[in-house]
Ligand binder design. Structure first.
Ligand code: ZN
Length: 395
C-alpha cells in the first residue's frame, strides 16, 4: 500500500486521461471534503429516488450563494456511487464514498467556472480548461472551506467541449457518470461556438442513460432558458443558524471570539458559504466599494479621478468583486431605508440614503454593470457610465 498526498489525486478532473493511472486499491484515502449539513428533506427525496432507482437525470439546483448546492450534488453523487448503502444516506466508509469525499472518483466530474483560456488553438484551450479545473480541485482538497469563484470566471467554449469529452467516457468504476456543473448561469458558450452550445444542450436534452447531471445556480433568471426547460428544478434553501454554528465550530481554526462568531452567523443569513467567506478578498472588495461610493458622493473631480484610475483590462476579477460588494452595500442601505437592520455598519456615503426606490434603481444599475463586466466591455467605460448614473441617483 502506498500513500500519496492529496495534491497528487487527479482522477476527478482528468477522467480516463489520468497520467498517474493509480488504482484505487493502492491508495490510502483520507476524506477531505467536510460532511454535508442541513437539507434533510432534499436528502430524503434524492436518497429515496436513488434507492428506488428512479432518479431523474438532469437537475437544476437553485438557491442563495453558499447554502450548499454543489455540496448537496456531491452528496448525491456519493450516494449514487456508494457500494455500502441501502438507505437514504451514503455509507461514508466504502471505497467509492471515500474517493468522492477526496474528489478523486474517476466517474465524478465536477466542472466549475474558470478564467478564459489563453491558447488560441481549440484543443489546447480544452487542455488548459482541464488543467485549470484540476488545479481548483487540488485547492479544494487542501482547503475544503473554499469561497466563490472569481467574478470573471465562466464556463466558456473550452469548458463546453471539456464537458462533451467527459460525458463521452464510459464509466470507469461504477454504472454511472456524474457531472456537477456549478454556476450554470455562467455557461456562455453559444456566442463563440453555436455547435458546442448545441452539443451541450443536446447532452442535457438526451443524456446517456448512465449519466446524471446536477447544474447549480444562484440566479435562475440568468440560466439559458433552453437549459432551464430541460432540467428538474430543486430549490435548496438556507440552513438554520444552529447548523451554521455547529459547522463553523467544527471547522474554523482558529475559532473567532463568541461575539464575532454570533455576528458572523447573523450576517451569513443561512449561508455557510457566506459565513466562511469573510476573508481578505471580500474585505478588500468592500473597501474598494466604500472608496468608490465616497468618490461618487464627494465631487465630480473625485469621481472622474476614480474612473481614470480603473485599470482598463487588468484585474477584472477584482473589479467584478468590487461591483458585487457595491450591490451588497446598496442592498444594506435599502434595508436601512425601510427600517430594517443593515448587515454591517453603512459607509458614510450611504448613511443618509433614505429613498429605497432610488437605492433599488442603483442596485439595478450595478447589476447591469456586473453583466457588462462579465462580457468584453472595458471596465473603465463600465465604471464611467455606472458612476455617472449613481451620482445622479444617490445625490
Ligand atoms: Zn459508501
Amino acid at each position: 500500500m502506498i500513500s500519496i498526498t492529496p495534491k497528487s489525486f487527479c482522477c476527478i478532473s482528468l477522467g480516463n486521461n489520468c497520467r498517474f493511472q493509480f488504482r484505487s486499491k493502492f491508495i490510502t484515502l483520507r476524506p477531505m471534503i467536510y460532511p454535508l449539513v442541513g437539507h434533510l428533506e432534499l436528502r430524503d427525496q434524492l436518497g429515496t429516488a436513488i434507492a428506488n432507482d428512479r432518479l431523474p437525470q438532469v437537475f437544476l439546483l437553485t438557491g442563495p450563494n453558499g447554502v450548499g448546492k454543489q455540496r448537496l450534488a456531491l452528496w448525491a453523487a456519493q450516494r449514487l456511487l456508494c457500494q455500502g448503502s441501502d438507505g437514504i444516506e451514503p455509507c461514508g466508509r466504502c471505497s467509492p464514498c471515500r474517493k468522492v469525499l477526496n474528489l478523486a472518483h474517476p466517474d465524478l466530474h465536477w466542472i466549475v467556472p474558470i478564467p478564459r483560456p489563453k491558447a488560441s488553438d481549440p484543443a489546447k484551450q480544452v487542455d488548459e480548461a482541464e488543467t485549470a479545473i484540476a488545479d481548483i480541485m487540488g485547492e479544494r482538497r487542501e482547503n475544503p472551506l473554499y469561497g466563490m469563484p472569481d467574478g470573471m470566471a465562466s464556463h466558456g467554449i473550452a469548458s463546453a467541449r471539456l464537458i462533451g469529452r467527459r460525458v463521452a467516457l464510459t464509466p470507469v468504476e461504477s454504472h454511472h457518470k456524474i457531472l456537477i456543473i456549478g454556476y450554470a448561469d455562467r455557461l456562455v458558450p453559444q456566442e463563440s461556438s453555436p455547435e458546442a452550445a448545441n452539443a451541450l444542450l443536446k447532452l442535457l436534452e438526451e443524456p446517456a442513460r448512465d449519466t446524471i447531471i446536477f447544474l447549480t445556480t444562484t440566479d435562475l433568471g440568468r440560466v439559458l432558458p433552453t437549459i432551464r426547460s430541460r432540467a428538474i428544478p430543486l430549490r435548496v434553501g438556507r440552513v438554520s443558524e444552529s447548523t451554521i454554528r455547529a459547522y463553523l465550530t467544527a471547522h474554523l481554526d482558529p475559532l473567532p471570539t463568541p461575539a464575532e462568531l454570533d455576528e458572523r452567523i447573523r450576517r451569513a443569513e443561512g449561508s455557510i458559504g457566506a459565513a466562511i467567506a469573510e476573508d481578505e478578498a471580500w474585505a478588500k472588495a468592500q473597501g474598494a466599494a466604500t472608496a468608490l461610493l465616497d468618490a461618487i458622493t464627494s465631487s465630480d473631480q473625485e469621481r472622474y479621478a476614480r474612473c481614470l484610475a480603473q485599470a482598463p483590462w487588468q484585474a477584472r476579477g477584482e473589479f467584478s468583486a468590487m461591483l458585487e460588494a457595491l450591490a451588497w452595500t446598496l442592498n444594506d442601505a435599502a434595508r436601512n431605508a425601510v427600517g430594517g437592520r443593515p448587515r454591517r455598519p453603512l459607509p458614510q456615503a450611504l448613511a443618509q440614503a433614505n429613498n429605497p426606490e432610488r437605492l433599488l434603481t442603483a442596485i439595478d444599475r450595478v447589476d447591469e454593470a456586473r453583466a457588462l463586466a462579465q462580457g468584453n466591455t472595458n471596465p473603465q467605460i463600465v465604471l464611467a457610465t455606472l458612476t455617472d448614473e449613481l451620482a445622479e441617483g444617490l445625490a
